[in-house]
Design a protein around this ligand. Structure first.
Ligand code: GDP
Ligand code: MG
Length: 163
């Protein structure tokens, strides 16, 4: 099996925070799609002795709040093509947004393993709120906090078991 893992999701959910926490060595920063600012960062990581490559997707101009849904879709399609497993990150602080629903509908059709990471679960109230993400129709989710690493071990256990 391959070992490429892509992190997808709309802006500001915490993808890069999670990525930076996990990677030991940053690889090239690649603009995979010419002419447009679609940043994709590649890094190497390992968990329990299992090595994998991690892709952090941007899909929008740096610093821009103005994100087009089709740019996110494009990143998801790229991830579906090149990754062996996908981490779909959402944000418990904002709850489910229309863009999350849109990404979920793309990922529900994918044969590859998809891990739903509910980020920013910093306290018990947020842990309780995270149940709403069952409504995305992707099954079980992993409550995590990328800023302090809480919950990420369970997610990584499941991830490397699927690679
Ligand atoms: P990205 O756009 O998905 O790559 O998101 P970033 O990694 O840039 O994070 C967006 C914001 O969310 C930043 O201000 C982070 O500090 C914040 N953030 C990321 N993870 C957490 C978390 O676990 N808890 C909280 N409270 N904030 C977080
Ligand atoms: Mg980012």
């Amino acid at each position: 099996m391959g070992n490429i893992v892509a992190i997808v999701g709309r802006p500001n959910v915490g993808k890069s925070t999670f990525f930076n926490r996990l990677i030991q060595r940053r690889e090239a920063i690649v603009d995979a799609v010419s002419g447009v600012t679609r940043d994709r960062h590649y890094g190497k990581s390992d968990w329990n002795g299992r090595n994998f490559s991690l892709i952090d997707t941007g899909g929008y101009a740096k610093g821009s709040e103005d994100v087009f849904e089709d740019e996110i879709d494009r990143q998801v399609e790229l991830a579906i093509d090149e990754a062996d497993a996908i981490i779909f990150m959402v944000d418990v602080e904002t709850g489910i947004t229309p863009m999350d629903d849109d990404v979920a509908s793309l990922l529900r059709k994918v044969e590859k393993p998809v891990f739903l990471a509910v980020n920013k679960v910093d306290n018990n109230k947020r842990l309780a709120n995270a149940v709403e993400f069952y409504n995305l129709g992707l099954g079980e989710y992993f409550p995590i906090a990328s800023t302090n690493g809480s919950g990420t071990g369970d997610l990584l256990d499941a991830l490397v078991a699927a690679l």
